[in-house]
Design a protein around this ligand. Structure first.
Ligand SMILES: O=P(O)(O)OC[C@H]1O[C@H](O[C@H]2O[C@H](CO)[C@@H](O)[C@H](O)[C@H]2O)[C@H](O)[C@@H](O)[C@@H]1O
Length: 384
């Protein structure tokens, strides 16, 4: 992967140029941290309150089907039907044959890791914290925080999240990690590296703790556009009960987990209409969330490659990257590891899913066990 300053920007060349007149507002006036809030309309700009377009659009293009299948049903719901639980368990067990438990395969993993340098990549929601109804309450337990801190003592460890980098740092609060927010479009990596300093999308920075870091933001030019889209979405979904819009700086999320299913087409149509107005943005699906992001050739997989290179760990036979995540957006990272025959992707899921991961873990508590086992193994290794 080319990452030096003479390399092309990840912004795809074939996309239309930004219509600057649409952006209008100086971005300094528009803080991006209005997460989940309704924006007081008309303060800086008056947002046209659009009626959603034809709901047929989202029905015919498969959006609604994707929305329905975007997160497994809660255990609580299926527990009422004993037969379904059994069926689900049987299906899960046969899926485990294809994607074995990383805990049960731990010896195999560590045998392969002998004499290798392990690098750990962790997603946040659904991996380090359980999925909950309110994204603002997706808190990580102290036990999990300890497990992550311990793992980072022995292995370089990075968080790669769809949330904004600031938000995910606020939730985790460990300064010893590297952080990539906005699905890898906002990376805070090590400063002392070959790739980082001379890349056009990179800047050296000193963070609060006095540490020198390198910030890599390949979608910088989209900042005002995402801000504008966020405000419009807040406005246009204001009357849909349960809808929540988050601004993740380089991408925006529209949550429908708490929206009555009969209103999902309305949510989908709002997002669909926005994308019609912004051809340089695209949609990805997360767990009961529609995510709007720039059409650039950058994702969590690219972020893993970038961080490995930044850490001086790429193209080396003695490096074993391990990426743990639960979401569709983590598949880009699993794919990079799989295609490069380079490390292990571990999918966190309690239901069968098609994936590019190699192993699986059932839920965040198993993630924690896995991280603890890695530390135990490493300390034993060092002692022998
Ligand atoms: O890449 P991640 O760190 O996994 O972030 C992905 C999205 O996570 C959050 O939403 C998800 O978790 C919420 C809290 O458990 C849940 O309520 C929501 O339904 C899930 O989609 C976050 O709020 C999103 O913005 C992230 O993109």
């Amino acid at each position: 992967m080319e990452l030096k300053s003479n390399h092309a920007s990840p912004v795809l060349a074939e996309t239309a140029p930004i219509n600057k007149s649409r952006l209008g507002i100086p971005s300094s006036l528009l803080p991006y941290s209005q997460q989940g809030a309704s924006f007081p309309s008309g303060k800086y700009v008056s947002i046209p309150r659009k009626k959603p377009g034809k709901l047929d659009d989202v029905r015919s293009n498969g959006w609604l089907d994707a929305m329905k299948s975007s997160s497994p049903p809660r255990k609580k719901l299926i527990m009422d039907f004993t037969v379904e639980v059994d069926d689900a368990e049987i299906a899960y067990c046969s899926w485990l044959i294809k994607y074995p438990s990383a805990l049960k395969s731990f010896e195999h993993i560590t045998n392969f890791a002998k004499n290798k340098k392990i690098a750990i990549f962790l997603d946040y929601d659904g991996t380090l914290s359980p999925i909950v109804d309110d994204p603002d309450r997706a808190l990580m337990s102290n036990a999990m925080r300890r497990a992550v801190r311990n793992v980072a003592e022995y292995f370089p460890t990075a968080i790669i999240s769809g949330r904004s980098r600031d938000k995910v740092f606020e939730l985790i609060g460990l300064t010893e990690l590297y952080y990539a927010g906005s699905h890898g479009m906002d990376i805070m990596g090590p400063a002392s590296t070959a790739v980082s300093s001379d890349h056009p999308d990179s800047v050296k920075s000193t963070v609060q703790q006095g540490k020198e870091v390198n910030l890599f933001q390949p979608a910088k030019e989209f900042l005002p556009m995402i801000d504008e889209v966020f405000r419009t979405l807040v406005e246009n979904t204001r009357e849909i009960k349960g809808a929540k819009v988050e601004n993740h700086k380089f991408c925006a999320s529209v949550h429908y987990r708490n929206v009555d299913e009969k209103n999902w087409p309305v949510i989908a149509q709002c997002v669909h209409d926005i994308l019609k107005d912004y051809p340089r943005l695209r949609l990805t699906h997360g767990r009961k969330v529609l995510e709007i992001r720039p059409v650039i050739n950058w994702n969590k997989g690219k972020a893993v490659e970038f961080l490995l290179e930044s850490l001086g760990l790429s193209s080396r036979d003695d490096v074993l990257p391990i990426y743990i995540g639960d979401d569709k957006t983590d598949e880009d990272a699993f794919k990079v590891l799989k295609e490069g025959n380079q490390g292990y992707g571990i999918l966190v899921s309690s239901v069968p899913k098609e994936t590019n991961a190699f192993y699986s873990l059932r839920d965040p508590s198993e993630v924690m066990q896995f991280l603890k086992s890695l530390v135990r193994w490493k300390t034993n290794e060092e002692a022998n």
